[in-house]
Design a protein around this ligand. Structure first.
Ligand code: ATP
Ligand code: MG
Length: 342
C-alpha cells in the first residue's frame, strides 16, 4: 500500500502546533483511510488549539496530503474533546479577509500575455515551497483557472459559504465554477467587482498564507475597483518582452501606484524560445525588454519564463509546468515570497 505510506510520510512533514514533533507521531492525525481511487480520509484532532491555529493546521494537512502523487481528494474530519474547535459557519476572526495573510494580484496591462498561466504556476510553486495557497480567478469574462488546474464542475456551497476546489495542492475558485462554462457572462463592471470581492472575503478559504488573484487583463474600471477594494499587499505584473506589451505593463504599474498598491515586480513571459526539434534558441518577442523596463520604472524584476510548448500543453491539460518550467516558477516564487514578506 505505497500510497498510504506516502500519505503518512507527508503527515510526518507537518509539525504539531503543540511542540516540535509531527502530527503523525503525536497522533493528532489518526484514522487514516486510503482508498484505491485516491480518496484519503483522516481524523484531525484540534484539541487545545484556537480557531485560527486549528484552521491553519487543517490547511497545512490539506496541502500536504493533496500534494502526494496519486491523491485525488482529502477528507479531513476535525475533532476536539476540549479547547476551541472551529465551528462551521462561525463568525470569522476579522471582518474582512479573515485568515488570509497576504493577497497578491497578478496583473497585466494587455491580454494574452500568459497572466493566468503565470498566476497558476506561481500559486503551485508557492504551495510546493510549503505555503498554504489559494488562487482566485478574477477574470470573469474569460475564466481560465478551471482549465489550467483541471477543475471540473461547479463550486459547492456549504451552509452559505462557497467552497474552493482543491487541485495541485492549492485551493482555487473561479467564476468559471459558478456558471455554465458555455454561456457568456454579461455582468457589468460594478456587479462583477462586488461578486469578486465577496469571493475573496466570504468564500471558505480556511487559513491561507497567500491568496493569488489572477486579475482580468487591462487597466479598466473592474481592475481599478478590485485594486481599491481588495487592497492587495502587492501586485505582480506579467508582460511579454515586446514594446507593445511593455507600454501596457507600464500602464498597469501606474494604475497600482495610483491606488497605493505596491508593485512587487515584473515577470517577463514568453521570453526566448528553444526549438524542441533543433535546439536553436530564438526570440519571437525579443527578450530582456521587461527587465530593462523594470529598471527604468524602478520596480524589481522577478524573472523570465521562456516560451515553451510543454508549458502550453501542460496548461491545456490542467497541469502545472514540470521540469525546467517548474524550476523557473520555483525561483520566481522565492522572489515573490521574499518581496511580499511571506
Ligand atoms: N511561457 C509560455 N510558453 C508557452 N505557452 C504559453 C506561455 N505562457 C502562456 N502560454 C500560452 O499562451 C496562451 C495565453 O496564456 P494565458 O491564458 O495564461 O494568458 P492571459 O494573459 O491570462 O490571457 P487573457 O488576457 O485572455 O486572460 C495560453 O494558451 C497559454 O498556454
Ligand atoms: Mg487569463
Amino acid at each position: 500500500m505505497a500510497l498510504k505510506d506516502d500519505v503518512v510520510a507527508a503527515l510526518r512533514q507537518v509539525a504539531d502546533p503543540s511542540g516540535d514533533r509531527d502530527i503523525a507521531t503525536t497522533g493528532r492525525a489518526a484514522g487514516l483511510v486510503v482508498k484505491d481511487d485516491g480518496i484519503v480520509g483522516l481524523v484531525l484532532s484540534v484539541d487545545g488549539l484556537d480557531r485560527v491555529a486549528a484552521e491553519r493546521l487543517q490547511a497545512a494537512v490539506e496541502v500536504a496530503v493533496n500534494r502526494v502523487a496519486g491523491v485525488n481528494a482529502a477528507r479531513i474530519i476535525l475533532t476536539a474533546d476540549r479547547g476551541a474547535a472551529p465551528t462551521p459557519g462561525a463568525q470569522p476572526v476579522a471582518p474582512t479577509v479573515a485568515g488570509i495573510r497576504k493577497l497578491i494580484a497578478v496583473a497585466s496591462g494587455k491580454g494574452g500575455v500568459g497572466k493566468s498561466t503565470v498566476a497558476a504556476n506561481l500559486a503551485v510553486a508557492l504551495a510546493r515551497a510549503g505555503y498554504a495557497v489559494g488562487l482566485l480567478d478574477a477574470d470573469i469574462y474569460g475564466p481560465s483557472v478551471p482549465t489550467l488546474m483541471g477543475i471540473e464542475g461547479r463550486a459547492r456551497l456549504e451552509g452559505n459559504r462557497l467552497q474552493p476546489a482543491v487541485a495541485h495542492g492549492i485551493k482555487a475558485l473561479s467564476m468559471g465554477m459558478m456558471t455554465d462554462p458555455k454561456k457568456a457572462i454579461v455582468w457589468r463592471g460594478p456587479m462583477a467587482s462586488s461578486a469578486l470581492v465577496q469571493m475573496v472575503e466570504q468564500a471558505d478559504w480556511g487559513v491561507l498564507d497567500v491568496l493569488v488573484i489572477d486579475m482580468p487583463p487591462g487597466t479598466g474600471d473592474v481592475q481599478l475597483t478590485l485594486a481599491q477594494k481588495l487592497k492587495p499587499d502587492g501586485a505582480v505584473i506579467v508582460s511579454t518582452p515586446q514594446d507593445l506589451a511593455l507600454i501596457d505593463a507600464r500602464r498597469a504599474v501606474s494604475m497600482f501606484n495610483e491606488v497605493g498598491v505596491r508593485v512587487l515586480g515584473i515577470i517577463e513571459n514568453m521570453s526566448g524560445y528553444l526549438c524542441p526539434h533543433c535546439g536553436e534558441a530564438s526570440d519571437p518577442f525579443g527578450h530582456g525588454g521587461a527587465e530593462a523596463e523594470a529598471t527604468t520604472m524602478g520596480v524589481p524584476f522577478l524573472g523570465r519564463v521562456p516560451l515553451d510548448i510543454a508549458l502550453r500543453t501542460a496548461s491545456d491539460a490542467g497541469q502545472p509546468g514540470t521540469g525546467k518550467q517548474a524550476e523557473v516558477f520555483a525561483e520566481i516564487a522565492r522572489g515573490v515570497a521574499v518581496t511580499v514578506g511571506l
